[in-house]
Structure formats: C-alpha cells, structure tokens
Ligand binder design. Structure first.
Ligand SMILES: *C/C=C(C)/C=C/C=C(C)/C=C/C1=C(C)CCCC1(C)C
Length: 209
C-alpha cells in the first residue's frame, strides 16, 4: 500500500506518456495490497493457504506486468500482438498452476511442468525473442530498464515454482518440503511487485528529464 501511494503521488512529475506506466506500477501494488487483506482474513479464519485469493491477485497483476513490458517498448514499435502473446502465456502459466494447487493436487507435478513451460516461453521472449529485439533497437535507458525487468522475471519469478514445490506433493518433497509455501509466495510478491514498479519509476524519471 505504501508503494502504491508512492507511485500514485509521483505520477504528475512525469511526462505524459510515462504516466500510464507509473500508474500501472501503482495498480499492481494496490491490487496486491487489497488481496493481502483478504488473504490475511482467510488465513486467520481457516488456518489454511488462501490459494483462491492468491491466484485471483496473480491473474490480475501478472498480466499487468506484461502490459508494462509493452508500454516501455511501445516507442520502439512494439505491437499489441506482443502484449497479447505475453498475457496469454502468463494466463496459461497461472491457470495450470491453480489446477495443480487447488483442483487436481495428485497431478501437481504435471500441472507444474505445463506451467513451467509457459513461464519459459515468457523468459525466452524477453531475453532472446521479439521483446529483446525491440529493447535493443530502443537502446539507452529503455534497454537497461528492460534488462532489469528481464532479471526480475528470470530470478524473481523463479521464487514461485519453489513455493509451489514446497506446497504440493511430488518428487521434490524431500528438497523443498520444509519451506512454507505462503511465506515463499509473500516474499516473491514483495520483491517482484515493488521492485518491478521501481524499475519502471526509474525509467520514467530518466525519460522525463
Ligand atoms: C505478483 C505476482 C507474480 C509476479 C506472480 C508470478 C507467478 C509465477 C511466475 C508463477 C509460476 C508458477 C510456475 C512457473 C510453475 C508452478 C506453478 C506457478 C503458478 C507457481
């Protein structure tokens, strides 16, 4: 919530075309903050993982992160089709993950694998595919912000499959079984949503000079 206040209050200081990007950063942390209130209450009432609210949050915030990629690459000629491709991949990643955690737990490994493939398709696109080419063409601070965001997706987002393995049955039980799924997800969300937003904030600051 503090991050959202920070992003919203800073918006007017930026050139018009960068305001949308900072607005989206604020929306991502705001949507998460609201869902964390639901998650806390659910946890307090039932003493179990608030999986449903967790995934409702992600289904809204992760596509918005894909929109951020599109917005910063728009000036370099990014097309809407790039945005939709990333959104669809992120939804496949999340819906299959939800099935593994909440609907068909005995097959969590298979759902997790399909989810992981969609995740790698996103990683591939931003590190080596269309998105990377556009960022390279844009150069300068857009390229360096794109690189930072790509690191968030490669390293920061990799926290989530670890949480998933900690919370679902599979061959990985002996490795991750002692971690708490919710704690891992909470840390992942704080790093990824606030950190991601700050990179966009930094880029908007640089471009508005
Ligand atoms: C703000 C929330 C974010 C950035 C959530 C990201 C979630 C993921 C990258 C989840 C990925 C998963 C896999 C790659 C495999 C196992 C199932 C998931 C959904 C946990």
């Amino acid at each position: 919530m503090a991050a959202s206040a920070f992003f919203f209050l800073s918006m007017n200081g930026f050139d018009k075309k960068w305001r949308t990007s900072v607005l989206v950063s604020g929306l991502i942390t705001f949507i998460a903050a609201v869902h964390y209130l639901y998650m806390r209450d659910y946890w307090a009432d039932f003493g179990e993982s608030p999986t449903f609210f967790r995934y409702v949050d992600w289904v809204l915030t992760v596509p918005l992160m894909c929109v951020e990629f599109y917005l910063i690459l728009k000036a370099a000629g990014a097309k809407k089709s790039l945005m939709w491709k990333m959104i669809v991949l992120s939804l496949i990643m999340l819906v299959t993950g939800y099935f593994g955690e909440a609907v068909d737990r005995p097959n969590a490994q298979i759902w997790g694998l399909v989810s992981g493939i969609a995740y790698f398709a996103i990683v591939y696109d931003i590190w080596m595919g269309e998105s990377k080419k556009l960022a390279t063409a844009a150069g300068g601070s857009v390229l360096s912000a794109h690189k930072m965001l790509s690191w968030f997706v490669l390293v920061g987002w990799a926290i989530y499959p670890l949480g998933y393995m900690a919370g679902t049955p599979g061959w990985y039980d002996s490795i991750f079984g002692n971690l708490n799924l919710d704690v891992v997800y909470n840390i992942g969300d704080a790093i990824n949503k606030i950190g991601f937003g700050l990179v966009v904030y930094g880029l908007a600051t640089d471009q508005s000079k």
